[in-house]
Write a new protein. Structure first.
Length: 332
């Protein structure tokens, strides 16, 4: 069965491709390589021990490029993971985000309708919940996104839900990722952002490596366990397995799933877990809050457990160990 994965050469996406190959799907990757590397495609094959990967360097907003893929392959389902994801950049370049992230969703959905592909899985984000009461449940009313990136995720969810309602038989799964971290156990695929990292784990590994002097902890005056921000960190391999679980249960209509662990961890707790897992000291300093950050964000994971039979299995120590392992391998 052939699955079209957009953005398949990225960090989370690559891991999803490996899981699909392991389950004997053929993977067609459509990626413009704007924030990923072509070598990842070879690593995907190597890790899965399979060659069933077809790569197209295309932009998903390009309808004619998509058309040629749909005409050349019998696509059974689409997993749409392509998109810009840096919150800070989205505030500086809102049009880039609104255009790319929503037009790609619409173009792909339109191609699916046209070529009779009825299964669509979308990588959304916990950011759509906005500042809500934790734990975040799929049935909650969404709060306005604090930045254009979050708004594009909420808009794409809305667009796809409307498409599913207007096209009986169409299946849409909206996957709300919490905070993916870690890497493949092999250290071959992990988070290697181009440029300066924004997220906590890649900053942490850089400090551990001596490339940054100190980790800046953004605020210790939140109403949380120790005053620092609380997030639901999920191992990227668990997240990838969640995609396969979803793919195997696709049914017509709109289905929303949180992909998280259900556990909140503060920044200081994550630093301590990293130090314990890797026996390495991470110097840090407390600085002011980062604009747009919320105090707490973690998932209610009951729906995914109940309906998909999926739950995250890997703990914080594994996430920290694998992230560090990748950082060492990658830099070397
Ligand atoms: N943090 C620091 N120092 C850093 C980086 C982050 O203290 O150098 C803190 C943040 O203030 C926050 C926590 O670490 O409390 C996590 O921050 P990240 O930047 O790693 O992640 P966010 O929760 O801000 O955002 C991530 C993704 C978004 C997604 C969101 C969903 O980057 O794309 O999770 O929960 F929308």
């Amino acid at each position: 069965m052939q699955i079209l994965v957009t953005g398949g050469a990225g960090y989370i996406r690559a891991r999803v491709c490996v899981e699909l190959l392991k389950k004997s799907y053929t993977v067609i990757i459509a990626d413009n390589l704007s924030n990923s590397r072509i070598e990842t495609v070879e690593k995907i094959k190597q890790l899965a021990g399979k060659d069933d990967v077809i790569f197209y360097k295309i932009d998903v907003t390009d309808a004619s490029a998509l058309k040629s893929i749909f005409l050349s392959h019998k696509v059974a389902a689409v997993i749409h993971l392509a998109g810009f994801k840096a919150i800070g950049e989205s505030l500086e370049k809102p049009l880039k985000y609104y255009y790319n992230n929503t037009v790609s969703t619409m173009t792909l959905a339109e191609a699916c309708i046209k070529y009779d592909v009825k299964k669509f899985v979308f990588s959304s984000s916990a950011t759509v919940y906005g500042e809500n009461k934790v734990p975040f449940v799929e049935t909650m009313e969404l709060r306005p996104a604090a930045n254009p990136y979050g708004a594009t995720k909420a808009m794409s969810e809305r667009i796809l839900s409307d498409v599913a309602r207007a096209n009986p038989g169409f299946s849409v799964s909206l996957l709300r990722y919490f905070n993916p971290v870690g890497a493949h156990e092999s250290g071959l695929i992990g988070e290697a952002p181009k440029g300066v990292p924004n997220n906590l784990m890649p900053c942490l590994t850089r400090v551990a490596r001596g490339k940054m002097e100190k980790l800046r902890v953004f605020g210790n005056d939140y109403p949380t366990v120790d005053g620092t921000g609380v997030r639901d960190y999920i191992h990227v391999v668990d997240l990838a397995e969640g995609h396969v679980a979803v793919l195997e249960k696709l049914a017509p209509g709109v289905h929303i799933y949180n992909l998280g662990t259900g556990k909140g961890t503060s920044v200081l707790e994550l630093i301590r877990a990293f130090e314990e897992a890797n026996k390495i000291k991470v110097p840090y300093e407390i600085v002011g809050r980062r604009p747009g950050d919320i105090a707490e964000c973690y998932a209610d994971v009951n729906k995914a457990r109940r309906e998909l039979g999926w739950k995250a299995k890997r703990g914080l120590l594994e996430m920290c160990r694998d992230a560090w392992n990748f950082e060492k391998n990658y830099r070397e």
